[in-house]
Design a protein around this ligand. Structure first.
Ligand code: SF4
Length: 262
């Protein structure tokens, strides 16, 4: 039964316990006035080696953060969710990054038995048929592997920006991630614009996904990403057949708040 192949509910996980000063700083909102580098330095100082960057290798934001973290601490960690449906350009970029920074990239895979049961029951391209199918595929290929990986960390870093669309406009720079066992989540460039990201990429010669030059501002899985027209929302090329409000994979949303099981 496909519907039973879900990850254990994260709310059943034991909550993390942190030093009072760490919790107080997160709760204070003082991080909002700090630079991205200052937030990353704070995170590495408090959590390394149990802090890692989640990088899709399909958007410049993650690569900017990878570059910043590497400059602060060459041993900083980065992982990517390898869904099995990523485009070749993304795999090529992963190898370029490994060489450029002499840094291992941790590849996180879905459970093979879950993928097999899903595609046998609903087809290999199930995501085009309904929001429910698309969310199931994201849950099995992305959300469950992410939850599993985060269970071994105390903090994670993401490249969300508030102006990326309606689902991200309230993103804080620092938060307790209640969905993932109460670990700390850092969104150091939440207040950056697309132009500021592009400036950083140019100034520091950060490697990025070659599909951006072909009109893809955001590259996800190959069957679920397309180029966008000039003036369209940056995330308009992701799951473009759905309404904007459902266009998240579940990685950055509270599944209960969404009321959709992701
Ligand atoms: Fe599946 Fe598409 Fe989600 Fe990738 S983006 S996990 S292929 S539904």
């Amino acid at each position: 039964m496909v519907g039973t192949m879900t990850a254990e509910r994260s709310s059943s996980r034991p909550k993390k316990t942190f030093k009072d000063e760490v919790l107080a700083f997160v709760a204070s909102g003082d991080a909002e006035s700090l630079s991205a580098q200052e937030i990353l330095t704070w995170g590495i100082k408090n959590f390394a080696p149990r802090i890692a960057l989640s990088c899709s290798f399909g958007a410049p934001e993650g690569l900017v953060l990878l570059d910043m973290m590497h400059r602060i601490d060459p041993a900083s960690r980065v992982f990517v969710l390898d869904t099995g449906r990523l485009p070749q350009a993304t795999y090529d970029l992963i190898d370029r990054v490994r060489e450029r920074y002499d840094k291992p990239v941790e590849l996180v895979f879905p459970r093979a038995e879950d993928v097999a049961a899903m595609v046998q029951a609903r087809g290999v391209n199930l995501f085009y048929e309904s929001v429910e199918n698309r969310q199931l595929c994201c849950r099995i290929r992305k959300v469950e592997p992410l939850r599993r990986h985060l269970a071994g960390l105390d903090a994670w870093v993401a490249g969300l920006r508030r102006d990326q669309g309606v689902t991200r406009n309230a993103t804080p720079k620092l938060e307790i991630d209640a969905v993932n066992g109460g670990i700390v989540k850092l969104n150091p460039i939440a207040d950056w614009t697309h132009e500021r990201v592009a400036d950083y990429v140019r100034e520091h010669e950060v490697p990025t996904n070659r599909l951006h030059a072909q009109g893809y501002p955001s590259v996800g899985c190959d069957p679920c990403s397309r180029a966008v027209a000039a003036g369209e929302d940056e995330r308009a090329g992701r799951w473009w057949w759905e309404q904007p409000e459902t266009r998240e994979c579940g990685i950055h949303v509270d599944e209960e708040d969404q009321g959709s099981g992701i």
